[in-house]
Design a protein around this ligand. Structure first.
Ligand code: SDX
Length: 407
């Protein structure tokens, strides 16, 4: 139902706290059927994209609408390689952050700072300029993330290698040292590639809507992406992958039984949530959670890792799915419930988990920014409100206020 003329025709507006039932735009990028647990990128089922596509192919699909030909993939891969390194002066910024700085704070700050260096990419008037800007942001977000990690452990920043694929290059910058090359196993690189594909877009989630909100004022791509990083950080959104592992650690350290923890979640007064569970749209399994759960099993088996947190997560899931509290509220595992198990096995530190989500989501943010940028009739996002503040009242002079007079 198009309500855009409702106020002009009736004087009424609609109210929908949290936009739970309000479409903010028309978009051709990603389709979700929450009741059936369906997710498609440009019409392709997520299960197929996850099985057959690299992260960069999925990125090109989301941004330009088609699976790339070899020539398109090679050209974009070349642009990613050419734009992976940070401007030298930017590398010095990292030493000014304290080691305790959260990598999401650094990431949003440094994506904004990129605007000062990637000036040619701020003005996007042609498809070629957009392609280079998109490649630069997708490539550099990985370099910025690895640099924030290296600076937090007081190690030398590692330059990207243009000969490495996307996930391998990131892991190289994270774990290599100037005197010792880190080479990930195919299983580790494959698991990271899969996680990035699965996080690449998810229609109008909180951070993507934020990117569109900022893009609607005709702000540039970097400013919009930096805003997306900030929205993603919250524990109700992308921060949940870190919160899930912290929840599992708390249960382990405090020796809480699964039964008792589930009881705490159900006891509203405790304010305890089962992190990694529930979703505004999925009222069924999140298809990404099912794929990640299988991948976590396979990777830990391949790496001969016995992670008690995986077993604990499985027990929590089983307890929740057999409890009416969760099934009546249609609360199922979401993308964040098992992703941390894989990230932990790869060696990604927990405070970098949401940064990994941001690296994965970057193509989706760019695709949504492009949809607004390419739309000549796009309008600035400016919602209305229901005012609930004070009725008109006379100003109270300072001298009166000193005597406690308020109105
Ligand atoms: C992501 O939007 C996207 O697409 C997001 C995302 C993406 O790819 O971009 O999929 C990524 O953000 C996944 C979600 C990650 N967040 C978490 O795992 C945090 C835990 N989940 C919840 O905070 C919650 O489920 C949300 C935020 C995800 C959804 O919140 P809603 O839709 O506003 O649901 P709600 O808070 O209105 O909950 C409805 C009921 C309430 O109980 P009642 O008041 O009806 O008795 O379900 C309960 C809630 O208390 N509930 C939970 C719960 N989630 C909802 N109870 C316990 N644990 C939970 N996790």
């Amino acid at each position: 139902m198009d309500i855009s003329k409702l106020r002009a025709q009736t004087g009424y507006i609609t109210l929908d706290d949290g936009y739970g039932n309000t479409g903010s735009c028309e978009s051709a990028i990603t389709f979700i059927d929450g009741d059936k647990g369906i997710l498609r990128y440009r019409g392709y089922a997520i299960e197929e994209v996850a099985q057959h596509s690299s992260f960069i192919e999925a990125a090109q699909l989301l941004i330009w609408g088609e699976l790339p030909t070899k020539a398109e993939r090679d050209r974009f891969g070349q642009l990613l390689g050419e734009n992976a390194a940070l401007p030298e002066p930017m590398r010095r910024h990292f030493s000014s952050f304290p080691p305790s700085a959260h990598p999401m704070a650094i990431l949003s700050a440094m994506i904004n700072a990129l605007q000062a260096y990637d000036l040619p990419h701020l003005k996007i008037d042609t498809p070629e300029q957009f392609e280079v800007a998109a490649a630069s942001l997708i490539s550099k977000v990985r370099t910025l993330a690895a640099a924030s990690y290296k600076s937090s452990i007081d190690e030398a920043l590692v330059y990207p290698r243009p000969d490495l694929k996307y996930a391998e290059n990131f892991l190289h910058m994270m774990f290599s040292k100037p005197y010792q090359e880190y080479v990930p196993t195919p299983e580790v690189a494959g698991a990271l590639n899969l996680l990035l594909v699965l996080h690449a877009d998810h229609e109008q989630n909180c951070s993507t809507s934020t990117v569109r909100m900022v893009a609607s004022s005709q702000a540039n791509l970097y400013a919009s992406a930096a805003a997306g990083v900030c929205a993603l950080w919250g524990p109700l959104h992308g921060g949940a992958n870190q919160a899930v592992i912290e929840m599992l650690e708390q249960i382990e350290e405090q020796g809480i039984s699964v039964k008792d923890y589930v009881a705490r979640v159900k006891d509203k007064t405790a304010g305890v949530k089962l992190m990694g569970f529930g979703h505004r749209v999925y009222r069924n399994f999140d298809p990404r959670a099912s794929i990640i759960k299988k991948a976590a099993d396979a990777l830990l088996d391949k790496m001969h890792i016995q992670d008690p947190k995986l077993e604990l997560a499985r027990e929590l899931e089983a307890a929740a799915l057999s409890d009416d509290y969760f099934t009546e509220r249609k609360l199922y595992p979401n993308v964040d419930f098992y992703s941390g198990i894989i990230l932990k096995a790869i060696g990604i530190p927990i405070d970098m988990f949401t940064v990994m989500f941001a690296i994965g989501r970057m193509p989706g943010w760019i695709a949504n920014w492009k949809e607004i940028h390419d739309n000549p009739t796009a309008r600035i996002y400016r919602p209305r409100q229901i005012y609930t503040g004070p009725t008109p009242r006379p100003f109270v002079e300072r001298r009166d206020r000193h005597h406690g007079i308020r109105s």
